[in-house]
Write a protein that binds this ligand. Sequence first.
Ligand code: URP
Ligand code: ZN
Ligand code: ZN
Length: 437
Amino acid sequence: MPGGIDPHTHLAMEFMGAETIDDFFSGQAAALAGGTTMHIDFVIPVNGSLSAGYKAYVVKAKRSVMDYGFHMAITKWDETVSREMEVMVKDKGINSFKFFLAYKGSFMINDEFLLEGFKKCKSLGALPMVHAENGDAVYEGQKRMIELGITGPEGHALSRPPVLEGEATGRAIRLAGFVNTPLYVVHVMSIDAMEEVAKARKAGQKVIGEPVVSGLVLNDTVLWDPDFQTAAKFVMSPPIRAPGHGKALQAALSAGVLQVVGTDHCTFNTTQKALGIGDFRKIPNGVNGLEERMHLIWDTMVASGQISVMDFVRVTSTECARFFNIYPRKGAILVGSDADIIILNPNSSFEISSKTHHSRTDTNVYEGRRGKGKVEVTIAGGKIVWENDKLKVIPGSGKYIEMPPFNYLFDGIEKADTNYLSSLRAPVIRSTRIDAN
Ligand code: URP
Ligand code: ZN
Ligand code: ZN
């Protein structure tokens, strides 16, 4: 099959007073061992500056062992940001921007700036992405929990319930519809958010929904574990939801309501998670998944009969390549494509453990899981990099993949705008003259 493409990772990201323990070397090594041959990471601006953020990530990515691309986060809005977006798209190979509706006081932006960002993305042919939770309401929910004396990891889930994800998802979708731009909703974690995506797609809107592995296969009961560390390792945003949400997301994935599976790989080790002892608001948010994604999706979705092998290739690789406009170089096995290929043996089994995984983190949210379907060989750019449970990687061998704007979701946008304008009735010309009598 074509190697996996993970549309959503955070390697060497500074976040919530810590830096993710997996960098572009260890995170990518883990990815290759799990059959993923390309990932797209989120560049975080430095004090709002996109160019400074881009420069910092070019340095972080120097030790890459596999191909990667960049999305860019937009964490504030002004003329400089608007101009820099253009530079990112035209000169730096970035064709997607993420807007955070949560993380009040750090990454969050308001609706006015979200609209500006959507308009700019549309004009550049770049795909806007949203982290959809209502950040003001989350802030209120957090205060409420602290006032009630709920300071442990369960407070994380209780403070930001599915309704806040549903609200923000619906709002972002409606605003994208108002601007008439395609939209990509990252980490769809709840039925509430998924149903907003479903409703919009049914109405013909170009909305992409990305579930992540943790949301598909885990549930929130772990957040009530009496041991802080056991619970804290599952803290991510939006939160892993109550049993039932994951099953519904699986069904949505198999029905095509959701289109691509990411990981949101964002690992913090036990020491880093301990920053939140006594206050769940300070637990660095994020879980692992880059090495586990292909195995868990195969086992949960294909081995269980929910999707076909062709669907597996589509949701783990091909569709991602198409959304980010690098198909068929990536996401396919064709003459002229990069030779990123995996051999997955459906009859052999995998077992997940922090003792054997390749990530640098000391825990694994999928600890002890076993299943059917194991990636036995990974070939990246024509070279065998994973075979017989051994990695053969060379730091610096990964290539930056430039992603051009105007993916296929933009087809027809201009036509729809023209039709909209001609559907407006001709403006009424009113006389400003006031009759003397
Ligand atoms: O908890 C998460 N998801 N951490 C990474 C940042 C983000 O919101 O994607
Ligand atoms: Zn996010
Ligand atoms: Zn993320």
